[in-house]
Each structure stands twice: as C-alpha cells, then as structure tokens.
Design a protein around this ligand. Structure first.
Ligand code: CU
Length: 352
C-alpha cells in the first residue's frame, strides 16, 4: 500500500513534574495539514516523536519539512530522518548527511522506503546526531508483518502468523534521558560541551514519572502526548516495544511477571533451522540504539472475583534513575493496571 506521511521538524518545550520546562528539538506530524497552515506547527515539536507504523511491503513516502526553530531563529541547522536498523535502506534515503542530503529551513525532502522485515525500529535525525538525538529528535517505528490482521487473534502478531508472537495489546516503552543543563545552554544561545553529558531526567515516552501514567494526556503535556500507562485485562498477552534512544544503558523490570523476549533489534530469535529461540527474562537490559520486543501474560489476581485495578510497577532497575530532580519516586517508572477479565474493550491503537 502507498503510504504518504509528512513530518515537520521544529523546536519546542516539554514539562517535567518538578515544574521545569526544557527546550527540545523534534518532530511533529503534519500529514494532511494545508500548506498555508504548516507554520502554525512552529515550536510544537513532540517528545517522543510521532510513532510511525508500516506494514511489510508498504511503499512509504515520508516528506520531511523543516519549519525552523522559533526559540532559536539564529539556528539554520538542516535535519534528516534516519530509519535506524533498517537493513536494506539505500544511502541516499538513509539520512546520514554525508552520503545523502539534509533539509534546510523552509525546504522539503521526500524519503522513500519499502520495509521488508517486521519488528520494532526507531527513527531519528542524523544531522549533528550527538546534539540532535539528545535534543529530542527521536521516535519509535513499527513494521507489522504482511499478514497482520487485528480482527483475528492468530494474525495479530509482532512477527507473523505461526511465529508464536500473538498479543492482545501493545505499548511503546520509549526510553531516553535529558541533561537539563545542556538543554538550558542551547535555549540561551550557548555552546554546550557534550563530553560533559550528565543526564538529570530519565524519561519513558518523553515523560518522567508520575507524568508517565497520566492518561488521558492533560493540556500541560500536549507536546508529550504519549502516556506510558499499561492497561490490560487479567490473562491477556501484552507486547512491550522497548526502544532506547538515550545515551545510557537501561534495565527495565516488571516484578510480578516475566518477559518472553520475542525479538531484539527487529529480529525474531531463530535458530539455524528456524527453531523458536525466544527466551524468558526478568530484566530487559537495553543499549542505546537497541529495540526489544517483550511479551508478558497479565497475571490474574482476581481469580473470578470482582475487584479494583491491581497495580504493578515497571521501573528501571538502576534505581538511581527513578527520581525527578530529587523527588522519589520519579524518572523512569511506569505502571501496569490490571483489570478483571473482560473489563477493557479490545485495543485499537498502541498505548490506549
Ligand atoms: Cu536534526
């Protein structure tokens, strides 16, 4: 299927629960926005960047439009889109500025791609990547298998019918960090030294706990529209699509259940003869630039009885990343809310 997407690149401001605003660079979806209105999106960059969802075999035309950075009008940085982890991308459309081209302020460039392999990927700007990735130009990307069909449980899978990767609900768990000192320097037209990178905030889907579990999104988090709250009925299979585009390793744990690792870096673990080598782990240890697909079966604490939602915590096992500016708990924490079987209707989009 032909897919047309238009993404604008600009700057913006995000909130953390301590009441501080942080300057970011980032992307915002302007697909279908009339040409005369695209500059209304200046300064409206979102963290995490809009998730992209494709199906194997799609003909994807993604137009990147650089609408400038109103807080820093002196910056004339070009930007790109790099589909991280796509094995068959050609250099011209890969967003690495040296062998490709980058998009200056006021210009467009249309990237073409035809995804061949299902899995969880990510995308980011590749111009001055140390700065632009850290400033927030990062988002997740799903490629669904060609036979994906959400109306039939055996075809609602991460890697295709018969691969043992069926799920009932799916959630982006997009990990990054933020060094507020450097973001502040950039907002104030200073030149940061990135060798002094020392993050002070740890984020899931662009938010710091307790903002991670706020759902629906309140008006104060409009530029961080993705809650990380996981809601599911007891007994369901939940697929967590972990992506790390921070600069640190992270170790995510969900006490009360166990993760079945069904994919890493958009590759289903298979043996030489095609045998299923998925495995079980308590902790998802994930490096920068890595993705991990983990399914857990929601435990049933109700045993046929009615009850209120039961809460499990998903948190970074590096416990020093579970605070926000001295407030504990904070940082890289989210929650699973378990409902009695049959309570929640079927999920129609990720992170609902
Ligand atoms: Cu950039």
């Amino acid at each position: 299927m032909k897919v047309d997407i238009r993404i604008a690149v600009t700057d913006g401001w995000i909130d953390t629960p301590d009441g501080i605003k942080h300057y970011i660079f980032g992307f915002v979806d302007i697909t279908g926005v009339p040409e005369a209105e695209i500059f209304n999106y200046c300064g409206k960059a979102e963290l995490m960047a809009p998730p992209l969802v494709f199906i194997v075999g799609d003909e994807v035309y993604l137009t990147l439009t650089n609408i400038g950075t109103p807080t820093r009008p002196d910056l004339d940085d070009p930007h790109t889109i790099h589909y991280h982890g796509f094995p068959n991308q050609i250099a011209f459309y890969d967003g690495v500025p040296e062998p490709s081209i980058a998009v200056p302020v006021g210009r467009n460039f249309t990237y073409y791609y035809k995804p061949l392999n299902p899995g969880t990927y990510m995308y980011h700007c590749h111009q001055e990547p140390v700065e632009h990735i850290q400033m927030g130009m990062t988002g997740p990307l799903i490629v669904r298998p060609a036979d994906y069909d959400p109306d039939y449980p055996e075809y609602k899978t991460a890697y295709g019918h018969g691969t043992g990767t069926e799920f009932d609900r799916e959630f982006y768990i997009f990990l990054s960090e933020l060094d507020c000192h450097i973001h502040d320097l950039i907002a104030k037209v200073q030149d940061p030294d990135w060798t002094e990178y020392k993050p002070t905030y740890w984020l899931i889907n662009g938010r710091s706990y307790p903002d991670t579990i706020t759902n629906p999104t309140p008006c104060c988090l409009q530029q961080q529209p993705w809650s990380a709250l996981i809601r599911a009925n007891a007994g369901e299979k939940v697929l967590l699509r972990f992506v790390n585009l921070g600069f640190q390793q992270h170790a995510l744990q969900l006490p009360g259940t166990v993760f079945k690792i069904i994919g890493m870096d958009a590759m289903r673990p298979l043996g030489r003869n095609g045998e299923d080598l998925s495995f079980f782990k308590n902790v998802v240890y994930i490096s920068p630039g890595q993705s991990t697909d983990a399914i857990f079966t929601v435990p049933d604490p109700f045993q046929g009885q009615a009850g209120f939602p039961v809460v499990l915590s998903l948190y970074n096992r590096n416990l020093n990343k579970n605070y926000t500016a001295g407030m504990v708990p904070g940082g890289m924490i989210s929650q699973v809310h378990i409902y009695p079987p049959g309570t929640l209707p079927p999920q129609t989009a990720p992170n609902q």
